[in-house]
Design a protein around this ligand. Sequence first.
Ligand code: DX5
Ligand code: ZN
Length: 213
Amino acid sequence: MIVSPSILSADFLNLERDIKLLEKNGADFIHIDIMDGVFVANSTWGPSTVTAIRQITTLPLDVHLMINQPERLIEHYLATKADIITIHPESTVFLRKSLLKIKKYGAKVGVALKLETPVEMIKYCLDLVDIVLLLTCDEGFGGQNFQLLSLRKISQIAKWRQEHNLTFKIEVDGGIGPETGKLCKEAGADILVAGSYVFGKDIKTAIEVLKKV
Ligand code: DX5
Ligand code: ZN
């Protein structure tokens, strides 16, 4: 499995130290949740933080934009040289256009769904994306429980992927640990995002365990 630890659970006063620890201990990506306090009831960082993080790690930056009207800021996030930029269809009326813009600038394109959003909402852009991210708990905060209804969504997306010979990866985000990660893998997931699980214990062991679920 590809493991993308979420720095939402890092020590914000020691972000550099924690990101270097992730890098040293086998993280594949760094997952950065951008929240605007409107699309989700929490706020985190902006493009300048992503630019700063870019200076201290060579790991792919997996930027998950949980912001309203991401089209207003996509160019700023592209300028950070983040590797993956993921946006939500629930936050924009310019989904396809925004995905195409990310693609045009050479970043990997991700589309994400909140827990209760039906998978049909992204059915017609699956041909455009490199990653489908499914929130597997309620959005906005780390440390919440995985919701089993996600498994059906993963399976449906994996089924469409197979039927249409597509190659995007399926990323799951929220309440992921060894048991839930394994369930997601069996349903078709390729990338595990984990915040509280990775930072809640020995980082090295946690990443190793997730890679092998
Ligand atoms: C939730 C965020 C997640 C969060 C996951 O809205 O998108 O990336 O960090 O945290 P855990 O792994 O603690 O559920
Ligand atoms: Zn996320």
